[in-house]
Design a binder for this molecule. Sequence first.
Ligand code: PAF
Length: 322
Amino acid sequence: MKHFALGAFAALGLATAAEAQQNIVVGHALSPTSHYGVGAQAFIDTLTELSGGAFTGEQAPAGQLGGERDMIEGLQIGSLDVVITSTGPLGNFVPQVYALDLPFLFRDYDHARTVLDGEIGQELLDEISKNNLVALAWSENGFRHVTNSQRAVRTPEDLAGLKLRTMENKVHMAAFEGMGAAPTPMAFPELFSALQQGVVDGQENPVTVITASKFWEVQKYVSLTGHVYSPAAVLASPVLLDGLTDEQRGWFDEAAKASAAATRAEVNRLEEAGVALLRENGMEVITDIDKAPFAALAEQASYSVYTDQYGGEMIERIKAVE
Ligand code: PAF
């Protein structure tokens, strides 16, 4: 976050602009070894390599700089350089992005990645960039599943009355209300202790996050509901990016692509290995779930949050992508 003014160096005769070094802080919510941590490191390594060391970087992991909403605000005012964030709080800044948060919309990882890497993904990145943010690339969090401390959840009836932490996202909250739970929005840094103290009974997150956060210490049951795909975005501060040359800006674009690729590879790995890890650590993993009744209730309750404002066209376009 320490930005050295290149001009000041030149004026002082200490170094040419090309030789001056700028240290970039990459914020995210999870541990340095998580899928976000791997992506943040790939960003830093690629940027450092492409720039010949003119840019270096460090991670601000584990919500050190606040929850995802705080970090996005940090980008807007320039107190933070780059953030890898789920779309959880992003719709509060760019409502068009809510389309990606609709439950049971994406069929599988291939479908989600094809949509995000194509025309629709680019349109949404452009939309984000109109909001005092620079959207560099779509990265990934993963398909979300429900964990809780009370009972095995197999049907919507099993969710009844469960106090479930959701992200601060009105599409997700409407979906869980529709499925019968009592959604409680909360920033991620508060979640572990809320689960520990019984403030909430459960939460929902991808296997990547459940393992990275060791939720087995405070949760007994995980139901592989896969109720919603959770994209992540690599975002940068316009305060930083607007001052760069085209060549430097290109390095940031490449670094973001490398970051997304590294994160997706780690998601793939954890989708294979993560469930075994949950079992090894004592969680009961529920796999015999009929998703149809969850989907019917969730869609009925939440799709209008998006369609009332933007209509159904984007949803049909996403569904049509092969
Ligand atoms: O649950 C959330 O808030 C998000 O999935 C997380 C864990 C911060 C990752 O983006």
